[in-house]
Ligand binder design. Structure first.
Ligand code: ATP
Length: 431
């Protein structure tokens, strides 16, 4: 894990937040390379969940919502974790993460722990200039409620029929007791959530469908099968309203951990919002000629957690020409930079030719131009950020217009005519 954190800092993927002030605990900034990676993760999700299907629509809701939303959803009363303190070293823990709930797990300490207190994870702030309880608002702890409170808006404006889904990608905030493991658990993070509204009798079928679909999504984007599993929750782990819940888990260096949860939530959320808002959140089924509240299957993923899993999974070290190299074997769809353009020499017209080719490719894909250092070092730099292809302009290019196309993983170098380069790259990158 430390090697990944170091690589992320060295190559501009992820920096500690407020770095010049010593960082802010568990807050991270995505650098110029990391921002492309995370965007690609979110875009892969959006493409597969929204654009690529006819039955899911998007939303982008505000982070601050009416406080009654959180009353109705149960977050004000129930969104808590059990907090315990060590009486000796004063460290804090989540009781449900401890094996022995009476002793501090710090090996050198082992002090007595306090009884657990429920700690609400929502961040509070005030709307307007007066800081009193009447003006308290919360930073949303999940994006899901935006979809539930907009159910009627979507229904009334989009002429949708069951089954249909509403999806959102956006920031959420949780005042976690024990954040950590780099991007895995932070207090500010991005979620990719979708509420799929269905006829109640189709619940079992859609629950199976979304578990399989979401598990496959990670495989399709390059995660190794032996590192991914789907874990069904035990009955005692389920929320009281949930009919079923399964986690897609990844084997991180710190153990198997949740990437995404798929929950069958019945009509609980729409029911609670109907009760608290007094609005009718039912659906009129024209075929059945009846009105009812749809059930919901919710796949809820984290963009930062997924980004971390893709990074960890892609990280590899091998040897090329007797030299060790670090390489991120990212799926081309997720790779931050798709192609690097490298003139072999800084003379004989090669940089000019390389810039010309670069300018032609740039509108269609994320590219980098690099002419500094030996060609071997330039390849290493690109390998470390996972660039799938490098295009080298050499003396032969100046004679016959062909360039070499180097493949990050196979390490092959094929000669391709510059006029066919874009088509060849598109084929290799996007199939
Ligand atoms: P955990 O048990 O790890 O706290 P959770 O079950 O509370 O997670 P959900 O409420 O189901 O998580 O949120 C859906 C997804 O949002 C999670 O699977 C995860 O990918 C992401 N997520 C939740 N909390 C965090 C966090 N603190 N930092 C980063 N991602 C998070």
């Amino acid at each position: 894990m430390e090697r990944i954190v170091n690589l992320c800092k060295r190559r501009g993927l992820v920096f500690p937040s407020s770095d010049i002030y010593g960082g802010l605990s568990s807050c991270w900034d995505y650098g110029p390379i990391g921002v492309e990676l995370k965007r690609n993760v979110k875009e892969a999700w959006w493409r597969d969940m929204v654009w690529g299907r006819g039955d899911i629509l998007g939303l982008d809701c505000s982070i601050l919502m009416h406080p009654k939303v959180w009353e109705a959803s149960g977050h004000i009363d129930g969104f808590t974790d059990p907090l315990v303190d060590c009486r000796v070293c004063k460290k804090r823990y989540r009781e449900d993460h401890l094996e022995d709930t009476t002793k501090c797990p710090e090996p050198k300490c082992g002090g007595d722990l306090t009884a657990a207190r429920n700690f609400n994870l929502m961040f509070k702030t005030f709307m307007g200039p007066v800081e009193d309880s009447a003006n308290t608002v919360f930073m949303r702890p999940e994006t899901a409620q935006g979809m539930f409170v907009n159910f009627s808006n979507v229904l009334d404006t989009q002429r949708v029929k069951l089954p249909f889904g509403v999806a959102q990608v956006g920031k959420s905030f949780r005042n976690e007791i024990t954040p950590g493991n780099f991007l895995f658990r932070t207090r500010e993070f991005e979620q990719m959530e979708m509420e799929f509204f269905i006829q109640p009798e189709d619940e079992a079928q859609w629950y199976e469908y979304w578990k399989n679909e979401r598990y496959d999504w990670y495989l399709r984007n390059g995660i190794k099968k032996e590192k991914l599993r789907l874990r069904e929750h035990e009955a005692d782990e389920l929320a009281h309203y949930a009919r079923g819940c399964a986690d897609v888990e990844y084997e991180f260096p710190f153990g198997w951990s949740e990437l995404e949860g798929i929950a069958s939530r019945t009509d609980y959320d729409l029911g609670k919002h109907a009760e608290h808002s007094g609005k009718d959140l039912t659906y009129f089924d024209e075929e059945k000629r009846e009105r009812y509240r749809p059930f919901v299957i919710e796949p809820a993923a984290g963009a930062d957690r997924a980004t971390l899993a893709f990074l960890v999974d892609a990280y590899d070290e091998d040897e090329v020409d007797g030299e060790s190299r670090i390489v991120l074997r990212l799926h081309p769809r997720l790779a931050p930079v798709k192609v690097a353009i490298l003139p072999l020499l800084r003379k004989l017209g090669q940089p000019e030719k390389a810039r010309e080719i670069h300018a032609r490719l740039r509108p269609n894909m994320v590219t980098q131009y690099d002419q500094s250092g030996s060609i071997g070092r330039r390849y290493r730099r690109q390998d470390e950020i996972g660039t799938p292809f490098c295009v080298t302009i050499d003396h032969q290019t100046m004679e016959d217009g062909t360039v070499t196309l180097r493949d990050r993983d196979a390490l092959t170098q094929d000669r391709v005519h510059e006029d066919e380069l874009q088509g060849e790259l598109m084929k290799r990158l996007f199939g």
